[in-house]
Each structure stands twice: as structure tokens, then as C-alpha cells.
Design a protein around this ligand. Sequence first.
Ligand SMILES: NC(=O)c1ccc[n+]([C@@H]2O[C@H](COP(=O)([O-])OP(=O)(O)OC[C@H]3O[C@@H](n4cnc5c(N)ncnc54)[C@H](O)[C@@H]3O)[C@@H](O)[C@H]2O)c1
Length: 233
Amino acid sequence: MTLRSTGGNPALGAFDATDPASLTGAVALITGGASGLGLATGRALVDAGALVVLADLDVERGEAAAKDLGCAFQQCDVTKPENSVAAVEATLARHGRLDLAVLNAGIEGGGPIGDGFDLARYRAVMGVNTDGVAFGMSAALPALVASGGAAVATASLAGLTDTPLIAAFRDAFLERGFPLLEASDVAAAIISAALSRGTGECWVVQPGREPAPYGFRGVPGARMPDGQSASFF
Ligand SMILES: NC(=O)c1ccc[n+]([C@@H]2O[C@H](COP(=O)([O-])OP(=O)(O)OC[C@H]3O[C@@H](n4cnc5c(N)ncnc54)[C@H](O)[C@@H]3O)[C@@H](O)[C@H]2O)c1
């Protein structure tokens, strides 16, 4: 992800991880914004002075959430590319720019690989959790390039947050003493990641640890005839 200064909005010229006030006037679109992490991120951004559009499949909860936060709601099924395009267009029509896309809509996966593999369930999870991020990124990219903005996508590394997504397993986790994150802590981490100006980073958010970029080992490029390594990236 990347976040750079822009000429368009003086407030964003000072976008700075150490200065939450620099979020004032920033425009954010959040998929899966009606519940859990998306809603908590929307609340944190509104509190920081940002202009927020919540996008979600669930119209009833989304409209109620937007009313509660005093922000906008856009119906959006992230499995449909045209819905992501429409959500970005609605954001631009309302606020004139897009500075932050939080690609967060998701459903719980579950199901085994091998015996008991459920293809329909697999396709449904991939459609929301993976395709939805690609469609959202593709739709938001031109506006983010224009603003010098950022995108953050949520994904699972088995760090668990206390949201409706894990309601079916919550008691079992707590009985075993497994720690759960508060949604507000993840929202703060999402905002930190957006403001970090890092590009292509994966941030780990786990109970008891400070959110931080994960240090992937460098992947070697092709070995060239002269023995040197080469990479296009
Ligand atoms: N809660 C956790 O423990 C946890 C852990 C790791 C990753 N995540 C990821 O964080 C993200 C948010 O999860 P959460 O815990 O807030 O879940 P949640 O169930 O509270 O919220 C998910 C939201 O996504 C919306 N949604 C589902 N399908 C959609 C679609 N096709 N189009 C648009 N919106 C859709 C739902 O209506 C809901 O409002 C998900 O991508 C999830 O995989 C969650």
C-alpha cells in the first residue's frame, strides 16, 4: 500500500502516521463496512475527521451503521466488479475524491481440503475474500493514483478479532483461553498501515503484539549467465 502527499487536498499533504489530525478531510471507502472491522474502521476514521462511505451487501445494517456514524452508505456486492465500480463512482460523486480504500468485506471460510472439500463453499469464499479485493482494487486504483492515496485489504492469518464473523466459535475460543482482538484495535492497525506509506506490505495484527509489517525474506530473481541475480521487480 502506499500513501503519498498530494496537491489536491492540503490536509492530505500532511498525511502522517504520527499525526492523526492529518486524516481530516480524507475520503475513505470501506467494503464490509456494516459490521465488525469495517464498521470499527469507519468509526475511527469519522472520529479522526475523515469523510467515510460504508459499502456492504447488507443494506439494512449498512444504512443503520451509516446513520449511527453520520456518514454515507452504498449497497455493494464485492463479488460483482460493476458493484465495486459503482461504489467508487458514488464516493467520487459525493466527495470528489478517494484517498483510502479499505477492502475488507469477507465471509468465514471453513471446510476441509481433501475429504469433504466443498467446491461451492470454496468458490463462495474466494468470490468474496479474494475476487472482491481484486475487483475493489481495480475499481479504486485510478482514483487512488489521482489522489496519491492508499488501499488496505484485510485477510486472515488466524489472528482472531471479536466480531460477528467468529460468533459461532467465540465461546469455544474463550473457554480455551484463546485471546481475541478488539475490533477497535484492528481499526487502529488498518489506519496505521494506511498512513505508513509502505508499498505492498503485509501487516500482522495479533493479540499481545504491536501491529507491524511482516518481514518477508527476499525472493531470489532468475540466475543470469554471468552468475548475477536479476529481477523485474
Ligand atoms: N474477525 C476475525 O477474527 C478476522 C480474522 C482475520 C481476518 N478477518 C477478515 O476481516 C474482514 C472483516 O471481518 P469481520 O470480522 O469484520 O466480519 P463481519 O462478519 O463482522 O463483517 C463482514 C462484513 O462483510 C459483509 N459482506 C459479506 N459478503 C459481502 C459481499 N459479497 N459484498 C459486500 N459485503 C459483504 C458482511 O455483510 C459484513 O457486514 C473479513 O475479510 C475477514 O475475513 C477477520
